[in-house]
Design a protein around this ligand. Structure first.
Ligand code: 13P
Ligand code: ZN
Length: 274
């Protein structure tokens, strides 16, 4: 099969375009990665090149040894993924030590995988070790989440609780909550380690004054997660724009009732009395 006809590539491109249409990917903002299944990589094997140069990832991901990933290119625009995928995205293979990668398909006009590759691979590794089904990591510059990082304390408890309160389905969609990373230089090992620590506990990590990372089992779940978090952030921004306090809200008891009826466990640390 041609790479571009493979369903996982089609799903990846659709998600990138959905993110662009939401306004979360100005210029080259954001990046996306997908851990390819064995049968999926076999289905496109004929089109993969084997002579790419091995390059350092910058971190070590032993559990990713020998795996293949579909990732966006560094400096590439989500806006162009659908129109010119071979220029914008690539398939990479990770070596047996989990230290190097090589490009097997795509980026036909040159370039390299996203500068956030260390964060993507470390997050995918953390998730794989917890749950083999996790395959997608998504970084977007969602406007309202970024805005909130200027006015809310950068604490997991505060972001989780405030987002949960803004939309009833939030505690059901992300019952584990969200984590927050204070401002850090993007693109390197340090922010990758900090984010992957949060990914041990959550499926969402917010980067202060920058954007968010989401992880999930497939494109629908991961995009839906980012969409739900950002929608909730938008409601909070609107609410705070009207007045600084709430006349009424979803209470701690409401959350407990919701958790019981929907069969989710909500960590006590988010159910504090204000
Ligand atoms: P890349 O173009 O290297 O993916 O970087 C975009 C970005 O959002 C960095 O955080
Ligand atoms: Zn970014």
């Amino acid at each position: 099969m041609k790479v571009l006809n493979a369903p996982f590539v089609q799903g990846f491109m659709r998600m990138a375009d959905d993110g662009w249409q939401q306004g979360w990917h100005e210029r080259n903002g954001g990046n996306l990665s997908y851990r390819i299944r064995t049968e999926e990589i076999e289905s496109v094997r004929e089109e993969l090149k084997k002579d790419g140069e091995w390059k350092e990832i910058g971190i070590t991901v032993p559990a990713m040894a020998g795996e293949y990933f579909l990732v966006t290119g560094s400096g590439k625009y989500f806006r162009n993924v659908m129109r010119d995928p071979e220029d914008s995205i690539c398939i990479i293979e990770v070596d047996q030590a989990g230290e190097k990668y090589r490009i097997c398909w795509g980026l036909v006009n040159g370039g390299r995988p996203t500068s956030e590759l260390p964060s993507h691979l470390m997050n995918l590794e953390v998730k794989k070790l917890q749950n083999e089904k996790y395959r997608v990591v998504y970084h977007c510059h969602a406007t309202n989440i970024i805005a909130l990082t200027f006015v809310l304390p950068l604490k997991d408890e505060v972001f989780t609780r405030e987002l949960w309160e803004m939309a009833t389905e939030c505690p059901v969609v992300f019952p584990d909550g969200v984590g927050v990373v204070e401002w850090m230089v993007p693109g390197g090992r340090e922010i990758a380690v900090a984010t992957s620590e949060l990914m041990k506990k959550y499926d969402v990590a917010i980067w202060a004054h920058h954007g968010m990372f989401c992880a999930g089992e497939d494109f629908d779940l991961t995009f839906g997660l980012a969409h739900t978090v950002e929608k909730s952030a938008e409601i909070l921004v609107k609410m705070l724009s009207m007045r600084p306090d709430k006349l009424q809200t979803i209470t701690v008891q409401n959350f407990k009732d919701l958790a019981r009826d929907f069969g989710v466990t909500l960590p006590e640390k988010f159910l504090y009395e204000k």
